[in-house]
Design a protein around this ligand. Sequence first.
Ligand SMILES: Nc1ncnc2c1ncn2[C@@H]1O[C@H](COP(=O)(O)OP(=O)(O)OP(=O)(O)O)[C@@H](O)[C@H]1O
Length: 384
Amino acid sequence: MISFRDATKVFGDGPRAVRAVDSVTLDVARGEIFGVIGYSGAGKSTLVRLVNALEPVSSGQVVVDGQDITILGEAELRRVRAGIGMIFQQFNLMNSRTVAGNVGYPLKVAKWSKQERQQRVSELLEFVGLADKARSYPGQLSGGQKQRVGIARALATKPAILLADEATSALDPSTTDDVLTLLKRVNRELGVTVVVITHEMDVIRSIAHRVAVMERGKVVEHGRVYDVFASPRAPATRRFVATTMRDRPSKDTLERLRHRHPGRMITVGIREGAGSGTDVTAALREHGVDGAIVFGGITEIDERPFGSLTLELGGDEAAIEALIADLRSTTDVHDLGTRDAPRDDPSAIIDGDPPEGSPDEHEAPDVDPYGFAVDAIRRHGGPR
Ligand SMILES: Nc1ncnc2c1ncn2[C@@H]1O[C@H](COP(=O)(O)OP(=O)(O)OP(=O)(O)O)[C@@H](O)[C@H]1O
């Protein structure tokens, strides 16, 4: 549906030039929810603005629904833009118009008749659950309701693509969930391809099928959300995953755990199929080892289970070793040792450090290039 081919956008020139989007090659499939995540200034907004040609590329190509939009004239671009809806962090509603007036505005511009407009507006308000607010003004609505109006307006002309630029960043957690659920319905029920831009990995985890991670204008990693969560490669990706998955004990938590549970502890990755919660229970039973769950969390990504459990093991030493070896054949296991003989520290994962021996071990910065300290991510990026 959308193809970036070596797409580059440079602002300014000479030594002050900023490569906001730097040689991005990426495909967004028809009918999917595609997430783009990155810290402030990574180039996310510029990337989506290339899709509706609000910004022209400096070089490379952007192909939308089979059409190379980098070679189109203004009149043709207007037609392409009509097939693309957009929603924003600050909603961008017209305060002097009613909800119905806002939603119907694009139809007025597109010269729909009054009767057709009225019918389409009530259909849209019904879809977003605001049928009773047609005559209200934006000032009388909550943030979540305003974003619903934004979504209804973006869908008015039946676009095939919806671009959502930080659409939930101004909303509280439960309202965010409602809006994300609505975006899922837009995708599933109306077949609209949705591109979601965000700095919150929770948003990606909740709705995206695939994700691209951006850093300094480049896509540093992309793939299915489940795969990216299960084995994040780029340091930036690991930090994003750590902000949303709080299932592994941090250094401080581990210290407290060791105090309460002096025995042998392990952290076991829980995945779909092999390495599932059921497998862990079966392995414990098979090896005659007791396992007390002392920390952890399992969530769903792309409707598949994902997370980890930290267990304190009790029983015969040899049986425990055999159990760990067995679990290691199907999933990742961190052996935390005992209080008196501590081993692996799973907070290495939370800190975003690459596992030992990985190629970018020496590249993982404590502070990202935009001065966003890892500590700050931990403090402010907690679970919603
Ligand atoms: N119109 C512009 N003129 C000059 N520089 C720009 C312009 N738009 C964006 N930039 C620069 O391009 C880079 C990428 O910006 P962009 O807004 O795309 O990032 P972002 O990831 O969306 O961040 P944010 O979430 O803060 O908007 C930044 O360094 C920004 O300052």
